[in-house]
Design a protein around this ligand. Sequence first.
Ligand SMILES: NC(=O)c1ccc[n+]([C@@H]2O[C@H](COP(=O)([O-])OP(=O)(O)OC[C@H]3O[C@@H](n4cnc5c(N)ncnc54)[C@H](O)[C@@H]3O)[C@@H](O)[C@H]2O)c1
Length: 351
Amino acid sequence: MKSAMTHSPLRVAIIGAGQVADKVHASYYCTREDLELVAVCDSRLSQAQALAEKYGQAQAWEDPQLMLKAVKPDIVSICSPNRFHFEHTLLALEAGCHVMCEKPPAMTAEQALIMCKTARRMGKVLAYDFHHRFALDTQLLREQVTTGVLGEIYVTNARALRRCGVPGWGVFTNKALQGGGPLIDLGVHMLDAAMYVLGFPLVKRVWAHSFQKIGTQKHCGQFGEWDPANYTVEDSLFGTIEFHNGSILRLETAFALNIPEQSIMNVNFCGDKAGATLFPAQVYTDRNGELETLFTREQADDQRHFRSMEAFVNHVQGQAITIADAEQGFVIQQLVAALYQSAETGMCVEL
Ligand SMILES: NC(=O)c1ccc[n+]([C@@H]2O[C@H](COP(=O)([O-])OP(=O)(O)OC[C@H]3O[C@@H](n4cnc5c(N)ncnc54)[C@H](O)[C@@H]3O)[C@@H](O)[C@H]2O)c1
């Protein structure tokens, strides 16, 4: 990474200076000599100042529009709460910047479509931080699927579940700022990883059920305390996505569900030749009546988040690297919206 430099570093700014900005975005950007973190912006100036100081010489700003005009960054990371992804991404794209936006893309499918069209019109890269697809496990399974090892995959089970694991920080329980509960926060990750391995098959229809049974009753758990009186999102959601090729993807996601495990973030793929589990990557089948493991990784890749950032930056610099792009972000947001719509109306949603 620390190669001899032939150009001046790309100038990077971050909007939203919370925990993901710190642990992932700023800490990755500062590993590269070909990037320079020049500005950090947060609606709480003290928060922006703290992050800017932690990583060196960056300026601290409170207003993203003023920051973009004055600083003119090449790259902007959007790490503000979900409610602001749309507004901040559009501001940065219109200012001529490449954008890495945190997941989920937006609050609605309509917003994600406008973000996609704006990136195209401005000729800039818009990537989303769906980092689980950058795990070596996910890459390996995608390869196994494309080379036909699993045969026809007709059932996929994606699970993003926690037992009493409502986040005790941020705005995760506030529907107006977050857009929803575990589906838009956790489930969306396994949904993206599953869709990526499957090669984004065309969706036919979606149906779902959601529940709010625990978040409004309890107030503390594995990830701290929350206010049950202001818990306005679902606790759990169970959905099925049917594809035009006849296969189905079942998604189970929860902040709080009485399951034996503390948490599960995984996907299983069932093909007519073999099955696979995503984390750690494993492929299994049977031969002459004997169960057989064809392939297994000892443990799941824990560098996936940095790989996601690296893919984005290398893509901006012109390398032909697949990223979680604006088009796929729109498809994922469309699925999230359809799952919520089905859960709310009790009706199947055709896409
Ligand atoms: N990819 C991942 O695995 C992952 C992990 C964590 C968070 N995230 C996403 O990152 C985003 C932020 O999450 P977080 O955990 O860092 O939250 P956080 O609460 O720690 O940080 C959010 C920051 O945004 C600031 N902010 C709020 N409104 C703003 C505004 N209008 N303009 C500018 N700044 C504003 C807050 O002051 C805060 O500092 C969310 O969208 C979340 O879904 C993704």
